[in-house]
Every structure is written in structure tokens, then in C-alpha cells.
Design a protein. Structure first.
Ligand SMILES: [Zn+2]
Length: 210
């Protein structure tokens, strides 16, 4: 897996920067953005899950069910959590990766009852959001994003045994050093369920072990 060890020294050359945005580094920044934005809204995240092969699947971050229910009845807090991914990309790389954030953006637009039918709509919706939220991530948040990033990059580099091709990163990494999370039960849960609930099973198994 191509992953930078730190978010310092992002190249100013657009093509070089874009290749970083499209790599595991960019995906990780996106997911950490969700975690930090959600924490600011009072919603702790449990896990970040990122695939070893980033072309296979997007990453995910998980908020516990009881917080999720509170989040979903608070439109503005919910939108902030959803926007965290592309806002972190914007902060770190000076541009959002719209293809990666499409499902987040569509959910935000639905909350706003805005219709999005083409790429131009996506772009203008995101630009409008960024313009209206200049203080979305402050200096402290940027420091947090970079520090969480460094810890996770270190974890991934030192862990060549992803579970079924996924790195499961418990978010207490934010506070502690973490250990190898390879877990037989999680592998079993993942292989047992083929439907859309498989992620929920998977996460439940991981959470029960932590
Ligand atoms: Zn996202």
C-alpha cells in the first residue's frame, strides 16, 4: 500500500498532489476528517476501516448506533459529520476529492432538499458549502488530523496482516498506542454474511472485542 508517513510537505504541483489525493493517503485523510468533524459535533467514532487495495472499496468510519440516532435527527450536525471527509481533503490538499465524497454529498443535499443531477451540481454544492464554512476546521483541528494520520500510517506500516484485506483501526488510536487488531472472530463474521448487513456484523464483532 502506498502511504505517506506524514502530511507535511504536500507538493504544490497539481498532478503530484492529485496522485497523493487518489492514494490511500487521501482516503485516510477523508476518513479522519469524518472522525474529527463528528467529534466536534459530540459524536465519537469507533473505527476507521480502510481496504488494503484502495481501488476495491472505499473506506468507512463508524459512529456508535446510539449517537447515530441523535445525529440523524439534527440536520446541521449530521451535515457537518458528512462534510468532514471532503473538508479535510480541502484543508490538507487544498481541494476536495469529489468522486470519493459523492455519497456524502448526495446525503447532504438530501438533507437540504437540493436536487443534484450532474457533476456541475456536485461541484457547485461543495463549493458553496466550503465558502460558507471557512472556520469548519481550525488550526487545532488540522493539528489533530495530522497527528491522527501519523499514528494510523505507522499502524498500517507495522501491520502486514489486514483482516480479509481491510485495516480495522480503532479510534482510541487518537488517545493511545494501539496493538495489532487481527481477530479471528471478525474474519469469521465477514465470511459468514454476504448481504448489506455484513459490515454491521463485522463492526459489531470488532467492537465486542475492544
Ligand atoms: Zn465520506
Amino acid at each position: 500500500m502506498q502511504i505517506k508517513m506524514s502530511l507535511d510537505g504536500i507538493p504544490s504541483d497539481r498532478d503530484k498532489r492529485r496522485s497523493i489525493i487518489n492514494s490511500a493517503t487521501g482516503l485516510l485523510v477523508h476518513e479522519i476528517g469524518h472522525v474529527v468533524a463528528s467529534a466536534k459535533q459530540g459524536f465519537p467514532s469507533d473505527l476507521i476501516i480502510i481496504p488494503k487495495d484502495i481501488s476495491a472499496h472505499e473506506g468507512m468510519s463508524y459512529i456508535d448506533g446510539k449517537f447515530k440516532k441523535i445525529m440523524e435527527v439534527n440536520p446541521s450536525r449530521h451535515k457537518s459529520c458528512l462534510a468532514g471527509g471532503f473538508m479535510a481533503e480541502h484543508k490538507i490538499f487544498f481541494e476536495p476529492a469529489l468522486h470519493r465524497s459523492l455519497s456524502d454529498i448526495l446525503r447532504m443535499a438530501k438533507i437540504d432538499k437540493k436536487s443534484i443531477v450532474c457533476n456541475a451540481d456536485v461541484k457547485s454544492y461543495v463549493e458553496g458549502f466550503i465558502d460558507s464554512q471557512s472556520d469548519f476546521f481550525g488550526i487545532k483541528d488540522t493539528i489533530n488530523i495530522k497527528s491522527i494520520y501519523r499514528k494510523i500510517a505507522n499502524f498500517i506500516r507495522g501491520n502486514d496482516k489486514p483482516i480479509e484485506g481491510f485495516y480495522i483501526i480503532p479510534m482510541r488510536i487518537w488517545f493511545d498506542n494501539i496493538h495489532d487488531k487481527t481477530d479471528e472472530d471478525a474474519i469469521e463474521a465477514l465470511s459468514r454474511s454476504n448481504d448489506e448487513n455484513r459490515w454491521h456484523d463485522f463492526v459489531r464483532q470488532i467492537k465486542n472485542k475492544n
